[in-house]
Design a protein around this ligand. Structure first.
Ligand code: PEP
Ligand code: MN
Length: 332
């Protein structure tokens, strides 16, 4: 249960409230200036009784394990602003760029091409969480410098993945417009809590083995820290099917849009793992109601240091974005 309190609730009323819940072996957990989560076994609590308590102006029962992420808590879409993009406002936004930042010239060329094609946000991996320890692990802080430089040169906002808390003290982190939590770290709760505290938009990818409820509970970790700017990302789940890298679960987009107010985007690149299918699945993702898509794009895919086979050739992006915008117009 969530309660909203009067802005001017006094100390004595607050003590009375705390005592009421303590006597019932419950506790009030502050989630924002005036909103508190009642923690404990709340199923026998009566809403009218709570509303009669001093200072309480609103009380809602949320019958899901996730609370702040639920549409019961907030009916209107949350809009997450990244540069001039407003994810969740009913339009479609494109996050594009290479799997990994490989050099200054590589990221600058790609940034300029995707900007001309109409993309809204530049992506590029610096710290790569690879399945095999023998695969390219990213150029790390050096790559981060290149990405920030590409932001300054192109004017595009940037997003990159962080894989641990150590990097969060690097001053270049301040230049990121959004921080990505990758699929492998969706349930790294300590990382989620620390990233949330930076008060920047967080792009949270679904782990390939996570249920929708688990994804929302991970989002809850960020929201609970007082950071409302979370974008959820469907990037394919693991099934018995082997003909694509993962199985792109587009029904999750429809389900998520119903049960949460958070924006939902789709990454077709990691889901299908093959550039031949990326355009089709991008359009399908938009048709399913996504607020954005994240597409891996490279100027020279065969030379890419990671995920080259799924990279869309940069010169193909402009046409795809135009088609995507048309589809969004139809389904709006
Ligand atoms: C990525 O977007 O660079 C990435 C590694 O994706 P995922 O976490 O979905 O595997
Ligand atoms: Mn990749």
């Amino acid at each position: 249960m969530l309660i909203t309190l009067e802005k001017k609730i006094d100390k004595k009323e607050m003590e009375e409230l705390n005592l009421f819940f303590e006597n019932k072996l419950m506790k009030l957990n502050k989630v924002s200036d005036d909103t508190y989560l009642i923690v404990g076994d709340t199923h026998l609590l009566d809403q009218q009784t709570i509303l009669a308590l001093p200072g309480v102006i609103k009380c809602i029962r949320i019958n899901h394990p996730y609370k702040l992420a639920s549409r019961d808590y907030k009916q209107d879409n949350t809009i997450v602003k990244v540069g001039s993009a407003s994810f969740g406002d009913g339009n479609i936004y494109f996050i594009c760029g290479p799997c990994s930042v490989e050099s200054n010239s590589q990221i600058e060329n790609i940034a300029s091409t995707i900007k001309d094609a109409g993309a809204n946000v530049l992506r590029g991996g610096c710290f790569k969480p690879r399945t095999s320890p023998y695969f390219f692990q990213g150029f790390g802080e050096e790559a981060l410098e290149c990405l920030v430089k590409a932001k300054l040169d192109s004017g595009l906002p940037i997003v990159t993945e962080v894989v641990d808390t150590k990097i969060l003290t690097n001053p270049l982190i301040n230049d990121l417009d959004m921080i990505q939590i990758g699929a492998r770290n969706m349930q790294n709760y300590e990382l989620l809590k620390e990233v949330a505290k930076l008060n920047k938009p967080v792009l949270l990818k679904r782990s390939p083995s996570a249920t929708i409820e688990e994804l929302l509970l991970s989002a809850e970790y960020i929201l609970k820290e007082g950071n409302p700017n979370v974008i959820l990302c469907e990037r394919g789940i693991r099934t018995f099917e082997k003909s694509s890298r993962y199985t792109l679960d587009l029904s999750s987009v429809a389900v998520l849009k119903k049960i949460t107010h958070l924006p939902v985007i789709v990454d077709p690149s990691h889901a299908v793992g093959d550039y031949n299918f990326v355009s089709q699945m991008t359009l399908a993702a938009i048709a399913s109601g996504a607020d954005g898509v994240m597409i891996e794009v490279h100027d020279n895919p065969s030379q890419s240091l990671s995920d080259g086979f799924q990279a869309l050739k940069a010169n193909k992006l402009s046409e795809l974005i135009k088609k995507g915008q048309e589809i969004k117009k139809i389904i709006k």
